[in-house]
Write a protein that binds this ligand. Structure first.
Ligand SMILES: Nc1ncnc2c1ncn2[C@@H]1O[C@H](COP(=O)(O)OP(=O)(O)OP(=O)(O)O)[C@@H](O)[C@H]1O
Length: 292
């Protein structure tokens, strides 16, 4: 399902002393099956924007189109139930929302809520758990006795159980260790590649954005500053430094080496893969000069 924002404004607490315009004239397009990252400093409007994707917030003006559904300020709640099944949301620290006595009951909650039979929900729970890399032994465990990374996976399984077309993730790796982060990100990428789920990732980890996203939306003060590939965004120093956006650590390290006289003529590496190529090239260059 394609996502379109057309001239979207969002105002919190309108006509009150606390009125605040959090989104201003947002226009964007997210292709079906793509992996989009949304970045921007704290308070730039990322959460406000993603809450429009399942109708939790409705535009104050303008419209949001998701597939065939057009969301405007006047849409009725009853028109949003189908959308809520199609758009899965994983908020920050989702493990805090695990509430059932067992992992199985937690994952089954969504499908049953959307009208699936208990028997079918049981089957879906197993499948979803498998998708997040956990085996059946976890089904009868209490979510409370799992590790942080396992809880995060169970929360993700709960979202996947309703088979969303679009998966929206708000800081899915926050608070996890290095390995845990990598595992969750790989899982999300796999969902995009194998199930063609559209992935929308809000992240403060520029490494995750550079390694996994195909396109980036850069927000500042409620406005879309740029929508482009991670390469274009992170190599645009004017934009990143003006907006206080960190560059991925691989880019910082490459810049450090270049400033110290390393000979390299290609574009700056922004992720793990391009950094490995960068290292390979500078070592090859070094070897050549030694032979001469
Ligand atoms: N309920 C509210 N009432 C008034 N203003 C709000 C409300 N919720 C958010 N805001 C304001 O809207 C702006 C955008 O907030 P939002 O949470 O979308 O930003 P964000 O980019 O997600 O920030 P963070 O990275 O800190 O999560 C902020 O200035 C915030 O203070």
């Amino acid at each position: 399902m394609e996502i379109l924002f057309k001239n979207v404004d969002y105002i919190y607490q309108p006509n009150s002393p606390f009125q605040f315009k959090a989104l201003t004239d947002v226009n964007l397009k997210i292709e079906s099956g793509s992996f989009m990252a949304i970045i921007g400093k704290t308070g730039s409007g990322k959460s406000t924007l993603i809450r429009h994707l399942n109708g939790l917030l409705k535009p104050s003006s303008g419209e949001v189109k998701i597939g065939n559904l057009t969301i405007t300020s006047s849409i009725k709640e009853s028109q949003l139930s189908d959308l809520r099944r199609k758009v899965g949301m994983l908020f920050q620290f989702p493990e805090q929302q695990l509430f059932a006595d067992t992992v199985e009951h937690d994952i089954e909650f969504g499908p049953i809520n959307f009208g699936t039979t208990k028997e079918k929900a049981k089957k879906i729970a197993r499948e979803s758990l498998k998708k997040v890399g956990l085996n059946d032994e976890f089904l009868n465990r209490s979510p409370l006795e799992l590790s942080g990374g396992q809880m995060r996976r169970v929360a993700l399984a709960g979202v996947l159980a309703v088979k969303p077309d679009i998966l929206v993730l708000d800081e899915p790796t926050a608070g996890l260790d290095f390995i845990g982060k990598k595992e969750i990100m790989k899982l999300i990428k796999k969902l995009q590649l194998e199930e063609h789920t559209t992935i929308i990732l809000v992240s403060n980890s520029m490494e995750d954005v550079a390694d996994y996203a195909e396109e980036v939306i850069l927000l500042s003060k409620g406005k879309v500053i740029k929508q482009a590939s991670p390469n274009k965004i992170f190599s645009n120093k004017e934009i990143t430094s003006a907006l206080g956006i960190e560059t991925p650590q691989t880019t910082v390290l490459a810049e450090f080496l270049l400033e110290r006289g390393v000979d390299f003529k290609g574009s700056l590496p922004i992720n793990e893969k391009s950094f490995n190529n960068f290292l390979k090239k500078i070592f090859e260059e070094k070897k050549k000069t030694r032979i001469l």
